[in-house]
Design a protein around this ligand. Sequence first.
Ligand code: UT7
Length: 328
Amino acid sequence: MKYVAGITGIGISLPERVLTNFELEKMVETSDEWITTRTGIKERRIASIDIAASDLSTQAAIEALSMAKIKPEEIDLIIVCTVTPDMMFPATAAIVQNNIGAVNAAGFDLSAGCSGFIYGVTVANQFIKTGLYKNILVIGCDILSRITNFNDRNTCVLFGDGAGAVVISRTEDEGIINQYIKVDGSGGAYLTLPAGGSRTPASFDTMEKGLNYTHMDGAEVFKFAVKAMPDAVNHILENTGLNILDINYLIPHQANIRIIESAVKRLHFPMDRVGISIDKYGNMSSASIPVALYEVYKDKKIKKNDKIVLVGFGAGLTYGALLIKWLI
Ligand code: UT7
């Protein structure tokens, strides 16, 4: 028996609080002009202190379940893709499972940086293809403001908070057509959260040195990204025998508009078929791709049976792409 999977529901959750470039001008030595021209970001959302990753994940999941017309007890597995879990354990997936009453589900968190959602959907697809599971929730959620040093202008202008969730179900028509995921650990040092793990546990010393915040060599990550994204998309095209112009819409990870433009140019793909939400939300890590996908769907830029490529890169350094057929 051949089983196939597709996205049957999608939902998002974004904190209400908007942090503008103009507010950041008062916090660090930066300007709206610099942030806009160097990154494409105008504003981002920041979760209030009482909100954790499981809260945004739960809200996004409830909307996705409602669209898919799936009851929580029909969910077999919950994968929360995040680098900002509520805590190291239990997994955020376990908290979401309890919040939504998914009483028959397994659950785990997946750490693949900003490529988390691509990895999560890939994993979910395998569970459906083997016939083991019928309905899986994949959630990309990050509250990057919790691990951002708001005294460091190199990073604090880039990040934001949010969540996006999809229901992946066994479907008649194949919705998740192809995937390609990779990791290149040789570049791992370019994007890290140095302290708080078993190598360098959190301490007063690490707090003083700012090691509990994201550290990034932006230029190195930039160089990696502009090659990795076209590379992943080209693998998908090779795997499926498709031409880039057979793709109706491209949804890239939203880290920097210049990275997106450069990758899209290398692919010879038109910018007016690229999902962009970085101006409103900044880089939300695992949440960026599902949120951008949700918005192009809500804006009616994609329609049933369209072929869509999702592509991302992030800490690891990870990268990957997915080819989906939109079934909703
Ligand atoms: O999801 C994956 C995670 N991250 C990324 O994908 C980020 C990838 N990298 C990038 O997006 C870009 O490298 C950045 C946006 C981080 C930086 O842009 P850039 O064009 O590579 O700038 P730069 O690092 O080469 O810095 C240029 C100048 C420097 O000043 P000097 O040394 O030339 O005097 C920086 O100190 O811009 C300065 N600068 C800033 N100025 C105003 C850096 N950050 C800021 C800032 N405001 N926020």
